[in-house]
Ligand binder design. Structure first.
Ligand code: NDP
Ligand code: ZN
Length: 369
């Protein structure tokens, strides 16, 4: 229970208190104090070394994407140091540096058995930070099932890369996985924020031929070329549909990955994908009870144009695989970071950057010490 308010900090509970930057309600953020979390027998308590705010934090706070949460600490991307482990944790100990996946599933669930740990007992419940429990923008945070969810940060992998793996890299690559990209495919990636940029990387790793990136801000366009886009389409200059059909001689494309725009973009995606192609959505659609699928472009239901969408995988195995990509220089996620802050209190400024998306922003990082 909230019991007193002192110099802008809302004190939630007594005991050993820690500070965190929280969602106080839809549209409201602030610093709160809470009791330091405790580790269950399989869990870990971690203190952050570096964290990053996400566009998803913005959807959470300002659009109520996860409901009207009260006094829940934000943040789900980071690298940290373990300070405590439960009695049954075997592979981690205090002092270890670890990558924190944004998605930390319950592995003993039927969803996990079926291959969808993101949806263990119910849809999206693998997403725990700032959804089911407090997130990482705090002096300490709790990680469930440490052996299954944490990954050691290996020698030779930077903290910055580790933080970008938490969510940006895994989500972007998941876009390419969901699109089931085949060697030589022509792929359109709509939206080239940090997620879309990592989808370009995923498309390239899976062997895409032509990679067409859709965005407008010059900093993102430069990064898209750096990461492997063969062409850029500026959605502010003319309808994306027209531009793609023109540059593909009206043939359309094999795969579309959606990593930006609102759900109306599906009209474009369904139009430009060839029969038999795949539209892979990793974007958050925040409005409307339904999403539009254009009937004729979808072959009146018979075009074999598949539409899939998913929350990124998380957990230890996923992170360790991505760490291999960094270690052996297949990907370079550090290039995403355009803004650097120092001190936990700066997560507030960094989060607001994600809200306002100034011209030169791709992704901020906050070093805690
Ligand atoms: P950004 O806001 O940084 O990037 C969005 C991109 O979309 C920008 O390139 C922007 O263009 C472009 N865009 C905006 N409007 C349009 C339009 N009408 N047509 C075409 N392109 C457009 O977002 P992030 O990369 O950080 O995140 C992308 C999405 O991924 C978010 O919705 C986020 O919540 C979601 N997400 C999903 C996860 C998952 O597990 N599935 C995990 C993490 C994030 P411009 O160059 O003009 O800015
Ligand atoms: Zn995120």
């Amino acid at each position: 229970m909230r019991d007193k308010i002192k110099s802008n900090i809302v004190i939630i509970e007594r005991g050993f208190c820690m500070k965190g930057f929280a969602m106080l309600g839809i549209g409201k953020t602030g610093w709160i104090e809470k009791e330091k979390p405790k580790a269950g027998i399989y869990d870990a308590i971690v203190k952050p070394i570096a964290v990053a705010p996400c566009t998803s934090d913005i959807h959470t706070v300002f659009e109520g994407a996860l409901g009207d949460k009260k006094d829940i600490i934000l943040g789900h991307e980071g690298v940290g140091e373990i300070v405590e482990v439960g009695s049954q944790v075997k592979d981690f100990k205090p002092g270890d540096k670890v990558v924190i996946p944004a998605i930390t599933p319950d592995w003993r669930t039927m969803g996990s058995v079926r291959g969808f740990p993101q949806h263990g007992r119910e849809m999206l419940d693998g997403w725990k930070f700032s959804n089911i429990k407090d997130g990482v923008f705090a002096e300490y945070f709790h990680v469930n099932d440490a052996d299954m969810n944490l990954a050691h940060l290996p020698e030779g992998v930077s903290i910055e890369a580790g933080v970008m793996l938490s969510d940006m890299v895994t989500t972007g690559i998941h876009g390419a996985e969901l699109a089931n990209i085949q060697v030589g495919d022509t792929v359109v990636i709509i939206g080239i924020g940090p997620v879309g940029l990592m989808a370009i990387v995923g498309a390239k790793l899976r062997g895409a031929g032509r990679i067409i990136a859709v965005g407008s801000r010059p900093a993102l366009i430069d990064a898209a070329k750096y990461y492997g886009a063969s062409e850029i389409v500026n959605y502010k200059e003319a309808p994306v549909m027209d531009q793609i059909m023109e540059i593909t001689n009206n043939q359309g494309v094999d795969r579309v990955i959606v990593a930006g725009a609102d759900s109306n973009i599906l009209k474009t995606a369904v139009k430009i994908v060839k029969p038999g192609g795949v539209i892979s959505n990793i974007n958050y659609f925040g409005e409307g009870d339904t999403i539009p699928i254009p009937r004729l472009d979808w072959g009146s239901g018979m075009a074999h144009k598949k539409i899939v969408g998913g929350l990124t995988p998380g957990g230890r195995d996923r992170m360790e695989r991505l760490l291999e990509l960094v270690k052996y220089k297949r990907i370079e996620p550090e290039r995403l970071i355009t803004h650097k802050f120092h001190g936990l209190e700066k997560v507030e400024d960094a989060l607001m950057l994600m809200k306002d998306k100034q011209e030169d922003l791709i992704k901020p990082i906050v070093y805690i010490e």
